[in-house]
Design a protein around this ligand. Structure first.
Ligand SMILES: [Zn+2]
Length: 381
């Protein structure tokens, strides 16, 4: 991670150098001192102390260079010396000779300093000034989005993410999750109709938002509308079969409340063999609707094609119900002990693993990247 940050910084510095060269080309070719590139080289080699030494010396001999001061400020911030970083960037901004691009860069850096120091109000004001008008700074938009999410200001987050859409279509998923957060907030206050409205908005922005469908399914179940709820469950299977494990318990509830399962079961038949992670839920569902013997038959067919720890555990449970025996019970206990330690979800962005479904990854903060593990066996690699 550290090396990635340094690479990004180095790339940014290269951009600065290019801007500097472009801005001053009218006066003939401008050469940055060789020391400057030595500093960059240290950065690329993750030698922060040496880089700092070079840039400090440069700042003393060439007090006018904006690039050197920006590099220094960034280095101090990275080392946790945020106050020094803030001072450097504030001094830079006090210069009347800065070009427009340089001023925007210095403002962005100062905003980052404030974020780092936890001064979110000040950071928000600075980034806000950078996204006004027709040329919003893309990085400032990203930082604003982070701040609003951190503060749970979902409406503001939606506004910012909408402005990012022209260059970042993936912001669609973020907007949908923000609407889902608004729905959760409304539900916490008992405002069910408002929650539903937010979930529908989520689906208008991103029709593939599994979270909104699952929540609508729950709301319909709570309202005693199992037919409508089961339709939402079918949508989830269609959009992303990996979320099957989240669906079966809900489908069982819908059928128990009287919903006809035709459409749902037609969707199930499209997945033969069923994904390994479906087996516990699917078997439970079939037990309820077709009886234990039929469920076992389907399970054995699936295990014949692809055997998994989770599938074996389900098979043993069924076996115990059908023909109980001490050996089967002990084996089942051991398997439960082993699989109980396994994480059930993982983040496809950063690799985080855990036993709970988070819609925003607790490690990398990405939305919708934590998903059920596709295969029980994958967890014991
Ligand atoms: Zn993650």
């Amino acid at each position: 991670m550290n090396s990635v940050l340094l690479l990004v910084l180095a790339a940014a510095l290269f951009g600065l150098w290019w801007l500097h060269r472009r801005d001053t080309r009218a006066d003939g070719p401008v050469r940055l001192p060789p020391e400057y590139f030595r500093g960059l080289n240290h950065l690329l080699n993750e030698e922060q102390d040496k880089a700092l030494e070079v840039f400090l010396r440069l700042a003393q001999t060439d007090s006018e260079s904006v690039e050197t001061h920006l590099a220094l400020g960034g280095l101090f911030r990275r080392r946790g010396e945020v106050e020094r970083a803030i001072r450097i960037h504030q001094n830079l901004l006090a210069r009347p000779t800065l070009s427009d691009d340089q001023r925007r860069l210095a403002l962005l850096e100062l905003g980052r300093d404030y974020m780092h120091a936890g001064l979110l109000d000040r950071a928000e004001a600075l980034f806000g000034s950078l996204v006004e008008g027709s040329r919003p700074h893309p990085e400032a938009l990203e930082h604003l989005l982070t701040i609003y999410q951190r503060e749970g200001e979902w409406e503001k987050a939606i506004d910012v993410a909408r402005r990012m859409l022209p260059v970042a279509p993936e912001a669609r998923a973020v907007i949908a999750h923000c609407h889902c957060e608004l729905a959760e907030k409304a539900l916490a206050h008992g405002a069910v109709a408002r929650a539903e409205q937010s979930l529908r908005r989520a689906l208008q922005v991103d029709g593939r938002c599994v979270r909104a469908h699952l929540k609508l399914c729950d709301l319909a179940l709570a309202a005693g509308e199992p037919v409508h709820a089961l339709r939402q469950a079918v949508q989830v299977l269609r959009i992303d079969p990996d979320f099957g494990p989240e669906v079966f318990g809900r489908a069982v509830a819908c059928v128990r409340l009287g919903a006809r399962p035709d459409e749902f079961e037609a969707e199930l038949r499209r997945h033969d063999p069923p994904p390994p992670a479906w087996l516990p839920g699917l078997t439970h569902y079939l037990c309820l609707t077709r009886g234990a013997a039929a469920a076992r038959e389907r399970l054995e067919r699936a295990l014949g094609q692809h055997v998994t720890l989770e599938g074996l555990q389900v098979w043993l449970s069924l076996q115990r119900d059908l023909e109980a025996g001490p050996f089967v019970e002990r084996l089942e206990e051991w398997l439960r002990a082993v699989s109980g330690r396994l994480p059930a979800y993982h983040c496809r962005q950063c690799g985080y693993r855990g036993s709970r479904l988070y819609w925003q990854c607790p490690t990398c903060r990405s939305w919708g990247t934590v998903r059920p593990l596709a295969d029980g066996l994958a967890a014991v690699e």
